[in-house]
Design a protein around this ligand. Structure first.
Ligand SMILES: [Zn+2]
Length: 371
């Protein structure tokens, strides 16, 4: 068998297995928290019409073709490292062989690097559909979920689980996350949202179990939450220099989490989609809104929008992110979280992010039909 024929034969053998591992088929979206099949991805048919190139078993789409379809300007010459998509609202900049993207000035880490093949710049189809499209042209995602009415806030840690402790300043993460969540709650309730907290005091939801992550998601699901935000503070202790904001969504199916791209980390790809993966594109829109508002309000360093296999996000029936607004292991940033005024600033930024997401969804909804 010639090498080419061998490749084809191998591909034919592999294809059914790969197809089986693809995320659940698309279905009509339903209201988050509602019963029925997965709302799944809702990309409009014209997006589904993009031609697909398989590279090392992974479907990719051409950024030039995607730009043409979305009415974006595409600038790249073969051989150049940097390429950009742009329109009147700004620029989205990619680099060949890099996962890092600048979306109108905000950092985003894709699940796979952008690659150059046969004169085309390619991005993985999962990255395009689940992470990029919401940020490029959310109107192309298909019918949006309704503007959120019920917002679930998750104050990270609690009870025996202190989270990170900055002993020099006497700060415990679990105390600060609850205080910030209650401030966000007050701000959102004043704007007419219904707010549910996964905990309202210093406790673990499952004191006899090692973690209570799943129960936190259950609280939100039972309340019919339309959106979920987990509130944490970051730490890289004993590194006390690192500072900035990170926003995490659950990792899309068939991708590694951001931290699994480290030099010694094992590949943590999960083959089966998690419940929250049904909302990936909307979580991307939420991530972008939260990240922009927090960085804008706190003037913090942009450490990027990333993904992780977060146990607290996994089982949710709505779009969800986890926000690490500042580093408690960095004394300058911890000083912000240490004062009521500082925590109010953080809370106001989180509330603005949720409000911006709600407004973005409302802007995407078709106008109500006249009576
Ligand atoms: Zn934490």
């Amino acid at each position: 068998m010639s090498p080419a024929a061998l490749r084809l034969a191998l591909l034919a053998l592999l294809l059914p297995a790969l197809a089986a591992a693809e995320p659940a088929p698309r279905a009509t979206p339903t209201r988050p928290g509602g019963s029925g099949g997965p709302p799944a991805l809702t990309a409009a048919p014209r997006i589904a019409a993009l031609s697909v190139t398989r590279v090392n078993g992974v479907d990719h789409v051409s950024l030039r073709e995607a730009a043409a379809l979305l009415g974006l300007q595409f600038s790249w010459r073969e051989g150049e490292r940097r390429l950009a998509l742009s329109d009147a609202t700004g620029k989205v900049e990619f680099e060949i062989d890099s996962r890092e993207v600048s979306v109108r000035g905000l950092r985003l880490f894709l699940g796979r690097p952008v690659i150059a093949r046969n004169g085309a710049a390619l991005v993985s189809r999962i990255d395009f559909e689940r992470l990029l499209l919401a940020r490029l042209r959310p109107a192309q995602l298909g019918p949006p979920p309704p503007r959120p009415r019920v917002i679930a806030l998750d104050p990270g840690h609690g009870g025996k689980d202190n989270g990170f402790e900055n002993k020099r300043l006497g700060l415990r993460e679990k105390v600060l996350t609850l205080d910030v969540a209650q401030r966000v709650q007050a701000l959102l309730e004043a704007r007419g949202f219904k707010v549910v907290l996964t905990r309202t005091d210093d406790r673990q939801l499952a004191p006899d179990k090692p973690t209570d992550f799943r129960m936190r998601a259950d609280v939100a699901n039972r309340a019919g939450a339309d959106v979920f935000v987990s509130i944490h503070f970051n730490s890289l202790y004993p590194d006390t220099k690192t500072s900035g904001t990170e926003t995490y969504a659950f990792t899309p199916p068939l991708q590694r989490s951001d931290r699994a791209w480290g030099p010694i980390e094992p590949d943590d790809t999960e083959r089966a989609p998690a419940p929250v993966n049904r909302y990936d594109p909307w979580s991307a829109l939420l991530s972008q809104s939260m990240h922009r508002e927090v960085i804008g309000a706190l003037h913090s360093l942009d450490r990027g929008q990333k993904t992780m296999h977060s146990a607290v996000l996994r089982g949710l029936n709505c779009p969800a992110v986890l926000v690490e607004s500042v580093f408690l292991s960095n004394d300058a940033e911890a000083a912000l979280a240490a004062t009521p005024e500082g925590r109010q600033r953080i809370a106001a930024a989180l509330a603005s992010g949720l409000n911006a997401y709600a407004d973005a969804l409302a802007a995407l909804a078709p106008p109500p039909s006249s009576p």
